[in-house]
Design a protein around this ligand. Structure first.
Ligand SMILES: N[C@@H](CCC(=O)N[C@@H](CS)C(=O)NCC(=O)O)C(=O)O
Length: 207
């Protein structure tokens, strides 16, 4: 068997939103890649052979022809520069900046929501308690920002798909999958995003 030039390290349960973002990016680009599962519950990222392979002891990590890179958005921007066909980010410079803003914001804010509606809810149907006040505030902010970002009657933020759509849809899906209140047009946006073959390919990996 011929080895592929890309190896992607992901969490063994396939629930990491950041690993998912890189997996979808590789899939959207039509690139062949190997997947290595890291058992985070067993702390494999910090111990033994796998710890050596992961520069930040986190997933995702991508190895490309001997070059090892961590941090999901650094990886996906690298891939987009390396293979401009099937773009992951909008061509227009301000839209591209906005897409990066959305990705950075989703990775750094809304902590209470991320904690109380983990991606176990999205991928394994886990159930949580009613949202605490901080999580309700995070959910309200998410919905207001998403309503401002996704134009009425449009299935994506920028007039064509970008990776920011995946990240935004996944964050919204924490609420949608749990049955928390979400405006109908944002539910439709999430459902449309979830139908993409690249997203379904990741969902199908779950154990
Ligand atoms: N900012 C990083 C976040 C990566 C991250 O938080 N990965 C988690 C899984 S979702 C992880 O590897 N956790 C294990 C650990 O930190 O020990 C990215 O975007 O790639």
């Amino acid at each position: 068997m011929v080895a592929t030039p890309f190896t992607l390290y992901v969490d063994a349960r396939f629930t990491s939103p950041y690993a998912m973002s890189v997996y979808v990016a590789l899939h959207e680009k039509g690139l062949a890649f190997d997947v290595v599962r890291v058992d985070l519950d067993a702390a494999e990222q910090r111990t033994g052979r796998l710890a050596q392979a992961l520069p930040t002891q986190r997933v995702p990590t991508l190895v490309h022809d001997g070059f090892t890179l961590a941090e999901s958005s650094a990886i996906t921007e690298y891939l987009d520069e390396l293979y401009p066909a099937a773009p992951l980010y909008p061509a227009d410079i301000q839209s591209r900046a906005r897409a990066r803003q959305v990705q950075a914001w989703l990775r750094s804010d809304l902590a209470a929501l991320r904690q109380e509606r983990s991606t176990e809810v999205v991928f394994y149907g886990a159930r949580g308690e009613a949202l605490s006040e901080p999580a309700q505030a995070a959910a309200a902010k998410l919905l207001a920002c998403a309503e401002a970002l996704v134009p009425e009657g449009q299935g994506n933020v920028f007039g064509q798909w970008s990776l920011a759509d995946l990240d935004l849809a996944l964050m919204l899906n924490r609420l949608v999958s749990h049955g928390d209140p979400v405006p109908e047009r944002l539910v439709a946006y999430v459902r449309e995003q979830w139908q993409r073959p690249s997203v379904q390919a990741w969902v199908a990996l779950r154990t």
